[in-house]
Design a protein around this ligand. Structure first.
Ligand code: APR
Length: 307
């Protein structure tokens, strides 16, 4: 049975664990620093197995990193979530520290895994984890665009009164205010959304997507987790089952889109090897300008971490 370990058994980690279990993707290990929390959540989830008809194992440990040995995928959600008024960047230093410690353990006990990051600020934490791990960039990536695109799809479906299942959206760039929703590459069963909704309405939907995380934080005073958990599960499944899915994620660029030495959201092919390919879309000057602006912002932020 494949194995997926999740570091941080908080809201996002647990949500991802349950979704992965329900899809019978892999045995799951949750690790946290809080005594009893991962164990309790694992026990609770396992007791859903007879009801939801899954057969994978779910266990939890506190700081026992031996338990992640042999993981195919390690998901890192450990960190502090945003509070109202806090940007993802405010979290930068405090979460970088946590990511360093966790990544060192991952390298020690699961040296062959694909490392899937979720901790915010996402693109910076992914870069940091890549540096600390020493892994090839192909085996380190971040969840960002799957969630942002899901939000975009949700709002498009709502506007058109159609099933969200028929909407495929593309959101590139950093996982923050500078993200780049791409209406031209957003389709409803193959039909570009540009041909289905007026430009102003698409603009409003794109803005709501950019603010999607903050909208939830403002309502419930902490970051969202159901859609983030579902996004992580989709990505971990693509890796474990070598599905070669094409989806946006934070990947290491070496000159694509004129950007180098940076993790940022781009369309990738995701399979057992991790980031198996980076796709280069033909962007307009305006779209490329937005993407490079986003990249510029994160380049600056990386300096705060000493890169
Ligand atoms: N090692 C392992 N687990 C840790 C560590 C650590 N060094 N530090 C914190 N944790 C755990 C916490 O104990 C907590 O259970 O990480 C978990 C985080 O869970 P939540 O506080 O519920 O936060 P969540 O909403 O899941 O968000 C996690 O994702 O969206 C981002 O900004 C968010 O960085 C945050 C992360």
């Amino acid at each position: 049975m494949p194995k997926v370990s999740i570091i941080g058994a908080g809201n996002v980690g647990a949500s991802a664990a349950l979704r992965l279990a329900e899809r019978d993707v892999a045995d799951i290990v949750m690790v946290d620093i809080v005594e009893g929390l991962p164990q309790g959540k694992a026990l609770d989830m396992v007791q859903a197995a007879p009801l939801a008809a899954f057969s994978v194992g779910i266990t939890g440990t506190t700081n026992q990193y031996e338990s992640i040995s042999g993981s195919d995928v390690v998901i890192v959600t450990s960190g502090l979530p945003r509070k109202p008024g806090m940007t993802r960047e405010d979290l930068l230093k405090v979460n970088a520290d946590i990511v360093s410690k966790v990544t060192q353990q991952v390298v020690k006990y699961a040296p062959k895994c694909v490392l899937l990051m979720l901790t915010n600020p996402l693109d910076l934490m992914t870069y940091h984890a890549w540096k600390v791990s020493g892994f090839p960039a192909q085996r380190v990536l971040g969840q960002s665009g799957v969630l942002d695109s899901a939000r975009f799809s949700t709002f498009v479906a709502e506007a058109l009164g159609i099933s969200p299942a028929d909407v495929t959206a593309m959101v590139m760039g950093g996982h923050g205010d500078t993200m780049v929703p791409l209406p031209r590459y957003t389709t409803v069963s193959g039909i570009s959304v540009v041909d289905l909704l007026p430009a102003e309405q698409i603009g409003r939907i794109a803005q709501r997507t950019r603010d999607g995380g903050a909208e939830i934080v403002n309502l419930m005073k902490t970051s969202g987790y159901y859609a983030a958990g579902a996004s992580l599960a989709k990505m971990a499944e693509a890796i474990v089952r070598d599905q070669k899915r094409i989806l946006p994620a934070s990947a290491y660029l070496t000159g694509q889109y004129g950007i180098r030495d940076l993790y940022i959201g781009v369309p990738i092919k995701l399979g057992a090897g991790g980031v198996e390919q980076i796709l280069e879309l033909k962007l307009t000057d305006a779209e490329l300008g937005e993407l490079r602006k986003s990249a510029g912002f994160y380049k600056e932020q990386l300096k705060v971490l000493g890169y």
